[in-house]
Design a protein around this ligand. Structure first.
Ligand code: CAA
Ligand code: NAD
Length: 282
């Protein structure tokens, strides 16, 4: 079975990147979110990215037009009835994701694979909300999707080998590098990255240094492309908090306790770049 048509659920920063790279690789993409306004804004943002690629000589005008033609929008989840794969990229909350997976399970044909771009939540638990755990898998892209090569691929306990192979092949088709990791909280990427970001937030909280100084230390001292607080703002402070909560709950170890300052910023609606304010102002 080939994967010719996919639905991306969630037209936020991750969903848009995933939709863009899939459409650029010749796959038909339905971009779905909860309102017309959000999906329209999303399509405009992808158009801007494609125009930039044309301006830089990385894509022809013809390729841009063909990519745009492969992208359609949806605010009605029943449009999932015609796709071979759904990639979910909505908020990092188990109850919201399992509700969506239950609906998708009813609306999609038996052959459809249901993938989640979750940063940290157990794939096995998401899969168990459906009647097709064999066809549920983790496909964890990195931000910004058009630039970052890695996709962590995570099997749930019941994921079929055939589904794993199809997703691995698809990842290569869209010019990404698949790395298989096991289903534990935060997988590999966020098990290692997020405690570092949380520690950087504790460093602000305890008054060790200002955000600018902390970021400068990690950029100039460790050659990180972005300092940890700039990166936290870029990822979204809500997402960072939910990932830390998953690590804390999943391992039960206090070393994963989310910094109170991170909680405070999220309750204030300071979510980083996407809300205009986080450790920095945008
Ligand atoms: N979307 C698309 N393309 C983008 C982009 C975006 N948001 N941001 C930058 N780019 C492109 C630029 O257009 C540029 O392309 P060209 O080389 O073709 O001109 C290229 O990336 C480099 O950009 P810049 O020169 O403007 O800036 P930079 O050299 O600082 O790179 C960066 C930008 C790639 C984002 C770099 O800062 C970086 O690698 N940051 C760290 C990113 C990171 O760690 N991501 C992982 C986050 S964790 C995660 O994703 C998992 C999770 O579950 C939370
Ligand atoms: P975001 O806040 O930018 O976007 C989420 C989108 O989902 C919004 O447009 C929202 O309207 C939509 N949405 C919410 N509930 C929905 C529903 N029931 N049906 C349809 N759409 C719905 O979030 P994001 O940063 O793109 O993160 C999305 C997922 O990707 C999360 O699970 C996150 O952990 C994961 N992720 C994030 C990053 C990152 O750096 N931000 C990296 C890798 C993975």
């Amino acid at each position: 079975m080939s994967i010719d048509k996919i639905m991306v659920v969630g037209a936020g920063q991750m969903g848009l990147g995933i939709a863009q790279v899939c459409a650029m690789s010749g796959i038909e993409v339905v971009l779905h979110d909860i309102s017309e306004e959000i999906v329209e804004k999303g399509i405009n943002s992808i158009d801007k990215q494609l125009t930039r690629l044309v301006e830089k000589g990385k894509m022809s005008e013809n390729e841009k037009n063909e990519t745009q033609q492969r992208l359609t929008t949806s605010v009605n989840l029943s449009n999932a009835s015609s796709v071979d794969l759904v990639i979910e990229a909505i908020v990092e909350k188990m109850e919201i994701k399992t509700k969506l997976f239950k609906e998708l399970d009813k609306l999609t044909p038996d052959h459809t694979i249901l993938a989640t771009n979750t940063s940290s939540l157990p794939i096995t638990e998401i899969a168990a909300a459906t009647n097709r755990p064999k066809r549920v898998i983790g496909m964890h892209f990195m931000n910004p999707v058009p630039v970052m090569k890695l996709v962590e691929i995570i099997r749930g306990l019941a994921t079929a080998d055939e589904v794993f192979d199809q997703i691995k092949n698809l990842t290569e088709k869209i010019n990404k590098v698949p790395v298989e990791v096991n289903d534990f909280p935060g997988f590999v990427s966020n098990r290692i990255l997020m405690p570092m970001i949380n520690e950087a937030i504790y460093t602000v909280y305890e008054g060790v240094a200002e955000p600018e100084a902390i970021d400068e230390v990690m950029k100039l001292g460790m050659n990180h492309p972005m300092g940890p607080l700039t990166l936290a703002d870029f990822i979204g402070l809500d997402t960072c908090l939910y990932i830390m909560e998953t690590l804390h709950e999943g391992f039960g170890d206090d070393k994963y306790r989310p910094c109170p300052l991170l909680r405070k910023y999220v309750s204030a609606g300071w979510l980083g770049r996407k809300s205009g304010r986080g450790f920095y102002t945008y």
